[in-house]
Design a binder for this molecule. Structure first.
Ligand code: PLP
Length: 398
């Protein structure tokens, strides 16, 4: 038979799969697993949002909508971007998609030609590089310095730039590190992008989950030149605990928005009509539940970070946002457990799961093979018990 698509066949299997496989086998054997894996809030979707969806169904709002999303929701997104981020868009510039992941994929499809390069600072969300490849582009991972809180510098940007560079991807707050870029870092990326005629994709999906009074600045707000060449991505999954509803959006200049609209009209028609009404209610309603969820995450962040600081041979940068702790376990590599050698985060995660029944995410596919990600989107009780087990595991290493 003829070969399958080269681009699709080149997609990598996620390094988290092995751990997931062992976890599901243990669960099927009745083992109680503590999981630090979840990439979604453990809170229910707020009632006012669910009610709006029920109302949409009851009123028959169950048919195709405009493929770029209903105008009311696109206008509400404009209001949000104005109010929260000081960004001026008209509704034609907003494309509502089936989650932020879909928005990002649409953007790469809209912008990339074969062998265009996309700069992605590490650590990075695993899907960026694969989506770039699917669109025919080349992901170029910029290796940042953990000692410098994974920060961005002019030297770093310059050292990865080639004449094929087309896009820089920013994700702040970052998955998996939780760092937030400060104004001066964003200013230098903006200058660099404008000077070199680059686009910026600013993935702001964790924007509402920040700690210690830290606020996210959208790079698009730093002046008209950078505004024109930035595509802002955001969504409802993380801020409103709506992961399953699948609503995200992009905001961009009219030319890019037009191309994304065309792609989406052929690819998936419209985002789910009921979920769009739910998202509208999220934007129009009170944000009390968002604040409550965020303050609970802040308590867990403090707890998990302090516990990790108290364990010898592991280290983490304190997250300023999102709900992950990115833990450096490099000092433990080379040690053994029951005669088995820990080579990297993959083997660390496998043995931790086998020995202590704790699931963590090994971060090879986030660009770091000696780091693990601990999600604190799980209850305090689970976090406490999981950390006790991790501490015991580390203490038992030979
Ligand atoms: N961007 C980042 C950095 C994420 O971590 C995720 C989900 O984990 C997404 C985008 C996708 O979010 P959505 O559920 O809206 O597709």
């Amino acid at each position: 038979m003829k070969e399958l698509s080269n681009k699709a066949s080149a997609l990598k299997l996620s390094s988290t799969l092995k751990v997931a496989e062992i976890a599901s086998k243990l669960i099927s054997e009745g083992v109680d697993i503590i999981s630090f894996g979840p990439g979604e809030p453990d809170f229910p979707t707020p009632d006012n949002i669910c009610d709006a969806a029920i109302q949409a169904i009851n009123s028959g709002f169950t048919k195709y909508t405009n493929s770029s999303g209903i105008t009311e929701l696109r206008k509400a997104v404009c209001d949000k971007l104005k109010q929260d981020n000081n960004l001026d868009y008209t509704y034609e510039q907003i494309i509502i998609s089936n989650g932020a992941k879909h928005s990002i994929n649409n953007i790469f499809t809209a912008l990339l030609n074969d062998s265009d390069e996309v700069l992605i600072p590490d650590p990075y969300w695993i899907s960026y590089a694969e989506m770039v490849r699917l669109s025919g582009g080349v992901p170029v991972i910029m290796h940042t310095d953990e000692k410098n809180n994974f920060g961005l510098t002019s030297e770093l940007l310059e050292s990865y730039k080639t004449d094929k560079t087309k896009i820089i991807v920013l994700n702040s707050p970052n998955n998996p590190s939780g760092i937030i870029y400060n104004r001066s870092e964003l200013e230098l990326v903006a200058d660099f992008a404008v000077k070199n005629d680059l686009y910026v994709i600013s993935d702001e999906i964790y924007e509402k989950l920040t700690y210690d009074g830290k606020k996210c600045i959208s790079i698009a707000s730093l002046g008209n030149d950078i505004f024109q060449r930035t595509i802002v991505v955001n969504g409802f999954s993380k801020s409103y605990s709506m992961t399953g509803w699948r609503i995200g959006y992009s905001a961009s200049n009219k030319k890019i928005a037009g191309v994304i609209a065309n792609i989406q009209s052929h690819e998936s028609s419209n985002p789910n009509s009921i979920a769009q009404m739910a998202a509208l209610a999220a934007l129009k309603g009170s944000r009390d539940t968002v604040f409550k969820m965020c303050s609970e995450f802040a308590k867990r962040r403090d707890y998990i970070y302090n516990r990790i600081c108290g364990i010898r041979h592991v280290y983490a940068v304190k997250p300023q946002g999102a709900f992950y702790l990115f833990v450096n376990i490099s000092e433990l590599c080379g040690h053994k457990i029951n005669g088995r050698y820990l080579e990297n985060a993959d083997s660390f995660a496998e043995e931790l799961l086998r020995e202590m029944h704790v699931a963590v995410v090994p971060c090879r596919d986030f660009g770091y093979d000696k780091h693990i990600r601990l999600s604190f989107a799980t209850s305090m009780g689970v976090i406490r018990e999981g950390l006790d087990r991790i501490e015991k595991f580390i203490a038992s290493l030979e």
